[in-house]
Design a protein around this ligand. Sequence first.
Ligand code: TRP
Length: 453
Amino acid sequence: MATESTSIHGEWSGRLAFILAATGSAVGLGNIWKFPYITGENGGGAFVLVYLLCILLIGIPIMMAEILLGRRGRQSPMNTMATLAREAGAGQAWKLLGIMGVVAGFLILSFYSVVAGWALAYVERAATGAFTGIDKAGVEQLFAGLVGDWERLLGWHTLFMVMTVVVVARGVRKGLETAVSVLMPLLFLILVLLVGYAIAQGDFARAVEFMFRADFSKLTGESILVAMGHSFFTLSLGMGAIMIYGSYLPSHVSIGQVTLVVAIADTVVALLAGLAIFPIVFSQGLEAGAGPGLIFQTLPLAFGQMPGGAIIGVMFFVMLTFAAWSSAISLIEPAVTWLVENMSMPRATAAVTTGFIAWLLGIGTVLSFNEWRDVTWFGRTFFDNLDFLTTNIMLPLGGLLISIFVAWIMQRAHLLDELEMPDGAVFQLWHFLIRFFAPAAVIVIFLNSVGII
Ligand code: TRP
């Protein structure tokens, strides 16, 4: 049996609550906004295949490892790593993993909140009937008008950050657990509805071919890195978010089972989003590689033409906001718990402090779409750099360190104990994947993307 300890910050009411919260963290802008646009930018099928393999062979095993660490440590990621390193007789340098996670969380939330602000802005647009009868030029103008105006972006970014801080301040259990349990199934239904519309009205065959026919000539070292990075991003891995959620997991729940449920739900939502968007992209002659504006330029076209589209449009962007909201809270939870544990801050003060730092950093992303559009470092805008650094470097590095710690430093008996598994084929497969395959794959993909191999 796993040790019967609990975290000072609280505990989920049970297995289902954890699944909802972890799915709430995993399913977000990454699935609906980011997955379609990076698939478009990286040529489709081959990229999707690499992404799916990364989820299966790297993401799922590392997710189990990260939840395991959290549940055994029962504290903020930094203190969890310190405790478990002590238990295993390893050095305190492992705390750095927690610190890197906190930094990554701030950086990701800073741009995540800006994009979630676009979703909020589109709720308002949809509600005022801006999509009715809109055409290709119209949607492009609508999007350009929003992101070109830094004051409006800043306003929506501020609103979203306040929403995030309020929920985190009150504790995860109260507000969000309930909201998410209603809204996530609804979001799923709307996505299915949109796929139905795309089948009826869009170029569905071409979309399926684009997403699932692998043309490996389109795959570059960098697109493999992007696919791997996204598998970490979409499952919320590598920075302590899932670790902290694992620390609230009751001892009797099977880590393997909950991981599978969350990973499958997350992947299905991403694929549905792609199947809703690409048929419209192709039938309307839009650009698959249009970048971060992709869903904001395709879906309004669909909403503008379908019967009941005005209402469905409002509902969709409301749900997208909620999906982003339940993800955003997990991005600052590691920093908040650390401040509570180490600085003895009340939870609310810690939430406001972290939210403020992320908000300030977010101003850089706000400006990247207008005033600083042409200012680049290493050929990328401020936003693209943040995204690249966190998603493609920091998260995989965090995942690499997690797998090394769990597979090479911790005692095997403790792993069996925490996973509550017999030492059979499933355990051995998992152990092989995190001991050899996942670390090797991350290193090879890193080296390959910089052209070393
Ligand atoms: N997984 C979320 C999404 O796909 C984003 C997210 C939430 C995240 N928490 C995270 C990404 C922690 C990386 C790490 O939208």
